[in-house]
Design a protein around this ligand. Structure first.
Ligand SMILES: O=C(O)CCC(=O)C(=O)O
Length: 190
């Protein structure tokens, strides 16, 4: 599939006061740093993360099951606004906290089995500007790059995750933190 711009919607100034929202989430989110085992070696993942959602909205990626937190009222308000703007439904959110440019998120597609198809992901950025790069599944060449500004909303619509991978590469010159919220719709287990 070619990179179709209608699969990506990017909107600036989605969050009214991104600086204040960044400070609030940095201090109030139940952040954790999990380990990942790759090729027999265990490493701390290069960022903090947290999972919030409806009861039963469990999520696992890279073989890490992140404990679910009940909705924080402010995160729930952001979800409501995201749903209003995108006309999509979400029941959970993965938050990432990149302490500085040495924290990162490697190549992947958001295609875990819990995600309900068609997969749409809505992503809100706060704090330092970071690049999101895109490459086709199975290829190494970076074909697109987006600079994600504080307060922005990026919607990745189906079928993007089937054909493309994305990453947030390390950027040594970035000294500030960044928080990202990616809203998802997952199946509910009892
Ligand atoms: O930090 C971002 O903007 C992307 C996060 C991401 O790719 C993910 O959580 O799956």
């Amino acid at each position: 599939m070619e990179f179709k711009d209608d699969c990506l919607i990017y909107r600036l100034n989605f969050i009214k006061d991104p600086r204040e929202m960044y400070g609030l989430l940095k201090s109030q989110v139940n952040w954790r740093q999990d380990n990942i085992t790759l090729f027999g070696k265990t490493h701390a993942i290069p960022r903090y993360h947290a999972w919030y959602g409806d009861p039963g909205a469990f999520y696992k990626y890279s073989r890490i099951t992140i404990p679910i937190n009940d909705w924080h009222p402010v995160i729930k308000e952001i979800k409501t606004e995201v749903e209003k703007v995108t006309k999509l439904k979400f029941n959970s959110v993965l938050l990432n906290y990149y302490r500085d440019g040495l924290d990162s998120n490697g190549w992947h597609s958001d295609n875990e089995s819990e995600l309900i198809k068609p997969i749409h992901v809505a992503s809100v950025s706060l704090g330092a500007i970071r690049d999101m790069q895109f490459r086709r599944v199975g290829l190494t060449k970076v074909e697109r790059s987006l600079s994600l500004e504080s307060g922005s909303l990026l919607v990745m619509k189906s079928p993007l995750q089937e054909y493309w991978q994305h990453q947030i590469p390390k950027r040594k010159k970035v000294n500030e933190g960044r928080i990202n919220l990616t809203f998802r719709l997952v199946s509910i287990s009892s």
